[in-house]
Write a protein that binds this ligand. Sequence first.
Ligand SMILES: [Zn+2]
Length: 713
Amino acid sequence: MDVSVYNRFLITSALPYANGPLHIGHLAGAYLSADVFARFMRLMDKDVAFICGSDEHGAAITMRAIKEGKTPQEIVDKYHSLFKDTFKKMGISFDIYHRTSDALHHETSQEFFTNLYNKGVFEEKTTEQYFDKEANQFLADRYIKGTCPKCAYEEAYGDQCENCGSSLAPTELINPVSMLTQSKPELKSTTHWYLPLNKDEAWLKSFIEDGTLDGKEHHFAEQWKNHVIGQCKSWIDGGLNPRAMTRDLDWGVDVPKQIAGSEGKKLYVWLDAPIGYISATKAWAEKEGKDWKTYWQNEESALVHFIGKDNIVFHCIIFPSILKAHGDYNLPVNVPANQFMNLEGRKISTSKNWAIWVHEYLEDMPGMEDELRYSMIKNMPELKDSEFTWKSFQDANNNELVNNLANFINRVVVLCHKFYEGLIPEYHEDQVFTGADGAEDQGFMDSEMIDLHDDLDRVREAIQAYDFRGGMKKIMEISSKGNQLLQFNEPWKTIKTDEERVKAVMHLAIQYVEAIRVAIHAYLPFSSDKISKLLNKEIITGKGEWNEMMMELALGESLIPAGQQLSKASHLFSRIDDKTIQEQIDKLEKSQASTVDTSKFEAIKSEINFDDFTKMDIRTATILEAEKVAKTDKLLKLTLDLGFEQRTVVSGIALAYNPEEIIGKKVSLLANLAPRKIRGIISQGMILMASGEKEKLSFVSPEADWENGQSIQ
Ligand SMILES: [Zn+2]
């Protein structure tokens, strides 16, 4: 049993988050796999809706807007159009690419929320949440950073640790810091609506592990990837907690006005984003004159979510809980999440600029969309993390696409022109020749065409099992067989001695080319179109061409008839030289080297004049004594030798230094600062410190042989 029992498919790709461009890791995660699947289902004459759009809400968007000095709408507009354009250029065949800032989406999400609210699904809870007093704002999700309680990573966000993947709540963070003001937030009470996931544990467990829902078989659990089931199982076994479905934010979908206490509240981005699949389907159906409900609410329609592994919990646990609570919607039959693709031995990182940006690739390598698709699919992280290297990209292109696929198709077309003026030759059924397996063959309609049929069936089986790498490999094997057919029979030689045999070989070789043209449409659509041009056929649009082909093969008929005129040969793929590859490697290294994280530096203070500067009297001094100031954490009382006098200075360095370790240290003292009383002690001046992040401080020390009292300018 597999997904082919369904005739209608709702295929979704994770909504990309509109706060930065797409890199190859995104492509390999949720988009290429879904595109191959959607294209193939269309080839099989299934009714397909392939849905995606930009995810435009959530705190990371507003954070980005603050950083760039723009409005959130400006940020999402910029990335939405970039995404749309990039996907289109890469041949990702979405039926619609929608966006969550669209009014239809706001309306759909609010209806959904109201439906659950009216059913009494939510629990209303008042809790203490972090609040930034200076910014007068609650700090949800990405507005807050701190140390991950699970792995001690210091840059964990309030909703997730990107280092260990744990889902977090802001209150779990150690040393939380507001991203808005860098200040330490305080707790303040606020009321939100929670989805009681704890009540869903039992049915979620059997849904994910056995594929049953309400006691009935729902999907084929054996087709779910182990790592997906494993991650869900560890979540459920660890116990699910109620999860807040609303936030105190000013950017997002409003909690519906008619709900008491809704003011200032927005829907949680992970509630509204997957509902984006529904609103996008509505927008598409309206345009196409279809009924969106048949795709979402009819049991004969299969829902398949393509995502990266970082979204598993949202698509396998939270969204199914939301859909089931509503009651009218189908739950997914599979969530074939991919793992991560690494780049040149390291994790892809947006912040460190260690990435290949797809829109830049398209500019640097024009017309080479399928070359990238092929390399991504060949290395797709279907079951474990994989790696992209420019060298492997070059090798895949030169050794496989050029030497195998392009070489085979080119030879066939060139020979047909040379021997038959580009017309596909007639053949005699009883002609003997050497088959692709090297054995003598007679009457290829009975054997060779059945073999081809079986090989193509393996492609179908792989794709239906979400093994896209395997399917691609099978297609390349068909091309290899084609090359072997030519190699064994050497038509360029035998044309002089055995014309009839060459006709049979060339006729068969053309059938291979035609089969590749159809099969490869799911993987390398641009190349499929080029082959269509070579064969003088209409391009494939995904209207059941696969089924027609398999039927003809099963009947032993030629896929493309004798007498058809071929176009002049042109190369499908070209070799990529070392220089081109080196340029890309250099670009990657360079962009990485030039990346400076400016967020950790303080802004330059307002300008002063030279007189202001010369007013400061800075002197060399030595610490003679140091002791902690009672009842404080940060303060040390220091006695300093200035050569001509001794001074007492109170300094906030106790977290960085123990008193005993700094005795005898040379320091720089701002000596003419007006005395201040600190904790009852008169502090006569201030020691200059270089301040790093948090408690990292160091003295600005003159050389050890400097005399005390010498002035520093
Ligand atoms: Zn962590």
